[in-house]
Design a protein around this ligand. Structure first.
Ligand SMILES: *[C@@H]1O[C@H](CO)[C@@H](O)[C@H](O)[C@H]1NC(C)=O
Ligand SMILES: *[C@@H]1O[C@H](CO)[C@@H](O)[C@H](O)[C@H]1NC(C)=O
Ligand SMILES: *[C@@H]1O[C@H](CO)[C@@H](O)[C@H](O)[C@H]1NC(C)=O
Ligand SMILES: *[C@@H]1O[C@H](CO)[C@@H](O)[C@H](O)[C@H]1NC(C)=O
Ligand SMILES: *[C@@H]1O[C@H](CO)[C@@H](O)[C@H](O)[C@H]1NC(C)=O
Ligand SMILES: *[C@@H]1O[C@H](CO)[C@@H](O)[C@H](O)[C@H]1NC(C)=O
Ligand SMILES: *[C@@H]1O[C@H](CO)[C@@H](O)[C@H](O)[C@H]1NC(C)=O
Length: 504
């Protein structure tokens, strides 16, 4: 996956830079920061301050103990202590807000201006925040063996593949449950309602630090993608604590809690069709897969899909003495779904690859479908803990009908989407969580306006977090407004780093 490699390179370069400027008293990680129930900021990563806030694992039963959450802050050059902090909620689940702010410092400042402080955080279970869970508890061979069994590519590629993906999925929960029972007893205390409560704790701690009454503290939040689930959950739990809230690239929160990621495929083909029309308008000089009409481009693309479906291409690597491999239909589908995360930027790359494929050159597709799969468990642990009491994807019949739905909605992505987001992995999770950790009813404004109206934002064609979800969520929060931008893609400009594990 080219984009992933680039992201790593950029990150490494940034790391070296930081090293050369290292000064004593400045920290470049959270390990050396002492967790504290009072917000204490330590200078970090040159331009930032960092804090580890200690808070209860379970707000309804504080005797269970505490965990610590990593926060990072970029002080606005024109901001004072009283200036609001805008909290940026990362995508995911499993996305690191610390990474998000570190790698989008310039663009975030440009978006919000110097009069605000910008804050982000690693939600529970993610990277620098507790409680963490490694489902294969340092047994990478078992993880690899599981990935080989389960991550076989497009779900309905053969007469047995759907069943294989379904039955193998239970292995994952078995390992996670075992890891919780043997050594990480609070590994499942990472649910989104608890994260929303953590945000309340944070804004109250910040108010205290500024000498203001904590009970008046209001949340200023900019949430993207899964971060909009954190935001809408917060607004439904604490409607009187909404200061300003922008939810951009919106997820249907109830589908998230039902483990039923269904809206998400709504506009994928619409976005893919834009590829053909944009390529055609760009002309043969600018689009290497150009054709005389958009329909011609689509037809040639469909021809490539069909050919690869029936004829995978062996790559022997005899000459190079490299590892032999097979380029398959799943690799092509993975290209499509990766492209849709950042369509406008990726369309030219996709055009080049399709052009090469048309000439019989499959090199660029080698390894595009990442069978090595799940490297970090945080995202699944959060999703599966969040949904275990209302999971709509547990039986093989439910899985089949889900796959039928995604396939019927998107001819390009529908058959890869189920393994790409891999929600079936939740089916054997058995968290024992108190009610207070879970979203029980629908996520809404409880029939009355929030203390300040929520601004939902969406593109007219959003292949990942579609307009349909934004409309739905806006309808659930009285007084909220939906801002539309006539464009294709996810609407927010801050980028979520793509990992081998699918996030939104
Ligand atoms: C976790 O955070 C540290 C900074 O404390 C960063 O260097 C590292 O890349 C992060 N890892 C992931 C997987 O996000
Ligand atoms: C730290 O927090 C405790 C309560 O957890 C409070 O009583 C105390 O005053 C705080 N200390 C400072 C220096 O803010
Ligand atoms: C709170 O947690 C403790 C320790 O796990 C447990 O013994 C106790 O029963 C819990 N209390 C309630 C009210 O759930
Ligand atoms: C800082 O605030 C002052 C006074 O409100 C304003 O004139 C100035 O343009 C601001 N500077 C920046 C960089 O935002
Ligand atoms: C697309 O257009 C080219 C150039 O006119 C033509 O040779 C080709 O047959 C067309 N392909 C399809 C599938 O329509
Ligand atoms: C095949 O495609 C790869 C990657 O797109 C490219 O680097 C290489 O030059 C192509 N080979 C030929 C013979 O065109
Ligand atoms: C899987 O593919 C077969 C053959 O194309 C089709 O009959 C079946 O309906 C598909 N099942 C699902 C769940 O999409």
């Amino acid at each position: 996956m080219k984009r992933f490699v680039n992201a790593l390179v950029l990150f490494a370069a940034w790391g070296c830079n930081a090293d050369s400027r290292r000064d004593p008293g400045m920290v470049y990680g959270f390990d050396t920061i002492k967790p504290s129930a009072n917000l204490t900021w330590t200078p970090c990563f040159d331009d930032f301050t960092c804090a580890r806030l200690e808070l209860p694992l379970d707000y309804s039963n504080k005797s269970i103990g505490t965990t610590s959450i990593a926060f990072i802050k970029l002080a606005g050059k024109n901001a004072s202590v009283e200036s609001p902090s805008i909290i940026i909620n990362p995508g995911g689940p499993g996305g690191s807000g610390v990474d998000l702010l570190l790698s989008n410092q310039a663009i975030a400042t440009q978006m919000f201006g110097e009069q605000y402080n910008l804050v982000s955080f690693d939600p529970r279970g993610v990277n620098n925040s507790g409680p963490s869970l490694d489902c294969f508890s340092g047994n990478p061979e078992a993880r690899m063996a599981f990935n080989r069994l389960h991550r076989t590519g497009v779900t309905n590629i053969s007469s047995t593949s759907l069943e294989e993906q379904y039955y193998s999925s239970s292995i994952y929960g078995d390992w996670c449950n075992d890891a919780v029972e043997n050594g990480s007893p609070h590994g499942y205390y990472v649910t989104t309602p608890a994260v929303a409560h953590d945000l309340l704790t944070f804004i109250e701690a910040e108010a205290e630090l500024a000498g203001q009454p904590p009970s008046d503290a209001k949340l200023w939040l900019y949430g993207i993608s899964y971060g909009t689930v954190i935001g809408s959950t917060f607004a439904s739990m604490f409607p009187d604590r909404v200061g300003r809230m922008i939810l951009d690239g919106v997820m249907n929160a109830d589908q998230y809690y039902d483990n039923d990621w269904r809206d998400n495929v709504d506009q994928m083909d619409e976005a893919m069709e834009k590829f053909s029309s944009f390529c055609h308008s760009a002309g043969p000089e600018s689009c290497s897969f150009w054709g005389p009409t958009p329909a011609n481009i689509t037809a040639r693309m469909d021809g490539i899909i069909q050919k690869l479906q029936n004829h995978p291409v062996p790559v022997s690597e005899v000459q190079s003495r490299g590892l032999p491999t097979l380029v398959t239909y799943s690799d092509l589908k993975a290209l499509f779904v990766n492209t849709l995360y950042v369509p406008i930027a990726s369309f030219p790359v996709m055009a080049d690859i399709l052009h090469q494929l048309e000439q019989g050159n499959v090199t660029a597709l080698v390894g595009m479908f990442d069978g090595s799969g799940i490297a970090s468990d945080a995202g699944f642990v959060i999703q599966c803990a969040d949904s275990y009491r209302r999971n709509r994807l547990t039986t093989i019949e439910e899985f089949k009908s889900y796959v039928e739905y995604t396939v019927s909605k998107s001819k390009y992505i529908g058959d890869i989407y189920p393994i790409f987001v891999d929600r079936i992995l939740c089916r054997s999770f058995r968290p024992q969580l108190p009610d207070s950790m879970l979203a029980q009813g629908p996520i809404n404004g409880l029939g009355r306006p929030t203390s300040f109206p929520i601004l939902f934002a969406s593109n007219t064609i959003d292949p990942i977090t579609p307009l349909k979800s934004a409309r739905k969520m806006s309808s659930q929060f009285p007084g909220s407004v939906l801002l539309l931008q006539e464009a294709v893609g996810v609407s927010y400009r801050i980028s979520i780093t793509q990992s081998s594990q699918a996030r939104v």
